[in-house]
Design a binder for this molecule. Sequence first.
Ligand code: SF4
Ligand code: SF4
Length: 368
Amino acid sequence: MEVTNEIIMKYLRVEGVVHAGIATPETLEGGPPSTDLSYVMPSAKSAIVFALPLNLDAIPDYLGKKDRLTYETNYIRVSSLGDGIAVKLANFLKVQGYPSVPLAVNEIYRDGPPEDKKYMYPDISLRYLAAASGVGFFGFSGNLLTNDYGPAIILGGLLTEAELEPTKPLDKSENYCDYYNCLQCCGTCPSKTLHGQDLVTVTMGGHEHQYGEKKYTLPCAFVCGGFSGLDRSGKWSTWATGRFPLPLTDEETVAVAPMNLERFNKRPPAPGGRYHTFSPNPIYYVCSNCQLICTPDKEERKRRNNLVKESGVIVQNEDGTLEAMTPEEARKRLDAMAPERRALYEGEVEPLPEEHKLTEEEDFTHKL
Ligand code: SF4
Ligand code: SF4
């Protein structure tokens, strides 16, 4: 049976996919190393990439620190759905006579020396494939945005020997991100990873794509890993319970990670959580603010930023449950804890080595 784009798209729609595209080595030419399909499948002729929607209804209560579990559960299950669809479609194509290899939604990283492995480079970057094939477009945050779900999607994909017709990247006029005229994704980024970003242009198959280039990536991993999440203002936090100083550079992160990991592992388990390739203990979804704040509606982006800031800070109760409260109430709760319990969340720590501060130019807070 000859496999066509039409069959692939029909197959994916049945599975609940909202956007899909086809990239080829030619349409990815000039892209970064993670667009090299031959790294995973030397004989690949095409890459199929698709987007599954997250539950948009779960986002406001997640950002407003009312309900973490509904969002986390949805994220985990849609990610697994993406893995499953990739496996099923790869098998379908194989049976039709086209060897194919499914790609993982996440958690498969490139081998390399230890100094590279900590950056967790993916074997193939689905977001580049998605931009090159018109599934969506890059935003300032570096997330892949779609015109209906914004970046509230899970990307999945597979590689195949089938010679499919590549789909075109979206026209720039379809990109709702207005970069420095928005910057709302920076508003509640506790790691400050997105602040001070310059725009970088990546050319794939002769088409240019722009997004903000992170100067450091590990501070985001530190916050997303749930070690600490109290903003420097002390007025709001992510869902993370730690209140230790947040590193701003990769070097600072490497220096403070062991202490933070030790405290993290001693905290009582919170509801929910999942196992990650790199963690024998459950970890929790606690941030993704840059992803979830960004929606096609500009006013809604501002409202969501306020949701994070006005819902205060998280404190962990003795039974492990998480509770949002005002910074003043949190102070009282922490002061009332026994010293050894309080030390799991805050306390005297070694100052950050060569502590880096954002310059006025790098700090985008005043532009929001
Ligand atoms: S929040 Fe604004 S600047 Fe950031 S990615 Fe979304 S639209 Fe672009
Ligand atoms: S996930 Fe959180 S810490 Fe990381 S860049 Fe986004 S907002 Fe910042």
